[in-house]
Structures are given as C-alpha cells and as structure tokens.
Design a protein around this ligand. Sequence first.
Ligand code: SF4
Length: 63
Amino acid sequence: MRPVIDHLRCTDCESCLSLFPHIFHRNEDTGLIEVMDLPEYALEEVGQAISMCPADCIEWQKT
Ligand code: SF4
C-alpha cells in the first residue's frame, strides 16, 4: 500500500508537505505535490495527512 494524491482535486495547500516533508514533496519538474518513493509508509502519519487534507484527495492505493 502507498498513499497517492488525486491531482485533479489537490488545491496545492501544502498542508501535507509542511506536516510530513519526509513523505510528501514538490516535484520541481511538474510543480505538483507528490508522494515520495519510500520502502514503507507510516500508517499513522499518512492517516493524519488523509484526515487533514482539505480537498480529501489523498488515499491509500494497493501496490
Ligand atoms: S493537503 Fe491535500 S490539497 Fe493540500 S497539498 Fe496536500 S494533497 Fe493537496
């Protein structure tokens, strides 16, 4: 499982980025906020990011 961002809904508010900069980053090429490629993701931290995302656009995806 890994978190993914629906960029059609993301408002670029940077909340996820400021709270969890070790999970989310801005892709300098596309300008979009993306999920870093990590070997594993902390359930609690991603859960917090999902909860506080104002656009409700972060979700778990099966890998
Ligand atoms: S918290 Fe949600 S809306 Fe805000 S930048 Fe992150 S993914 Fe986009």
